[in-house]
Design a binder for this molecule. Structure first.
Ligand SMILES: [Zn+2]
Length: 87
């Protein structure tokens, strides 16, 4: 598991963005690129059902699980915050 934030020597850090959407999960068929509805639920039963229904209808059995997470750079020094208008 990656740390939520890694402060760089120049005073900047890359952090998990907690101000917006949580991670979004979806699956995509590796044969036709069809996909289910995206969800914030990592264990979505609807996603599982979509894959099984898609396999029955098409014979496609391979899927790619896609996780979209959001990150934000943050200045941790007053000088850097001032330079970018977020002091
Ligand atoms: Zn397919």
């Amino acid at each position: 598991m990656q740390p939520a934030s890694v402060l760089q020597p120049d005073g900047w850090a890359l952090e998990v963005d907690a101000s917006g959407s949580p991670p979004i999960f979806e699956v995509e068929c590796t044969s036709c690129h069809g996909s289910c509805d995206a969800s914030n639920d990592v264990d979505s039963i609807e996603r599982d059902r979509w894959c099984i229904r898609h396999a029955r209808e098409t014979g496609h059995t391979g899927y790619r699980e896609i996780r979209t997470g959001f990150l934000r750079t943050v200045a941790h020094t007053a000088e850097e915050r001032g330079r970018h208008g977020n002091a």
